[in-house]
Design a protein around this ligand. Structure first.
Ligand SMILES: C[S@@+](CC[C@H](N)C(=O)[O-])C[C@H]1O[C@@H](n2cnc3c(N)ncnc32)[C@H](O)[C@@H]1O
Length: 196
């Protein structure tokens, strides 16, 4: 299978720019005492801003050239693995994020179920995806199809449904700048009082 990101890796951060840390702090509910997992995290462009806000940050991706760029960033642990088979035990991460990557995953439902599995009770997953409800994003989706990238975009409601099916409590947090953010909380049953 072609790794399209192999060719993009050297320029990826420069072209995409840095994300807004304040937003990620808010939506991921940071700081946190445990670890953060960034799946499809590529060069660590987004998670590079997070190490001071957690015990550690792991970036998981299938592309070796993308992961190689994490070496320029402090505090990130790169792991080469597919989202559909995360090489971690259950319930070890307190937060997880997937930024602009879900549509590239071959089996998105399985990936979300894996993310739910490795999340600790009380943990939160946040998925950022282009909002396919918008015409401009549909044009990008068409270009990615023509480039044989195998991308499959879903509306935020469908992604929320995948999270619910994986046992997370989903919520569409925000739609802005052609993107949508969907969170999924893993309830901590021990912290619920009787009758809840
Ligand atoms: C558009 S890039 C986004 C990178 C990063 N999240 C960011 O926003 O800077 C998508 C990433 O998903 C990765 N990817 C594609 N399929 C994957 C899979 N099945 N498991 C893990 N990563 C995957 C690609 O290698 C690529 O690095």
């Amino acid at each position: 299978m072609i790794d399209h990101f192999r060719f993009m890796a050297p320029l990826y951060d420069a072209v995409l720019g840095r994300p807004g840390v304040d937003w990620w702090k808010k939506v991921l509910r940071l700081p946190v005492s445990g670890w953060v997992l960034d799946v499809g995290g590529g060069t660590g462009r987004v998670s590079a801003a997070l190490p001071d806000l957690a015990a550690g940050v792991a970036v998981c991706d299938v592309s070796r050239p993308m992961l190689a760029r994490t070496q320029y960033k402090n505090g990130i642990r790169p792991i080469q693995a597919p989202a559909e088979a995360l090489p971690f035990p259950d319930a070890v991460f307190h937060r997880a994020l997937v930024v602009d990557a879900l549509h590239h995953f071959r089996d998105q439902r399985r990936a979300i179920s894996e993310l739910a599995r490795v999340l600790a009770p009380g943990g939160r997953l946040v998925v950022e995806e282009p909002d396919i409800g918008l015409v401009v994003v549909r044009a990008v989706a068409l270009m990615e199809r023509l480039a044989l990238m195998g991308s499959r975009f879903h509306p935020p409601e469908t992604i929320a449904g995948m999270m619910a099916a994986a046992g997370l409590r989903p919520r569409i947090e925000r739609r802005a700048q052609f993107r949508a953010w969907i969170s999924g909380d893993k309830d901590d049953v021990n912290s619920l009082s009787d009758g809840e």
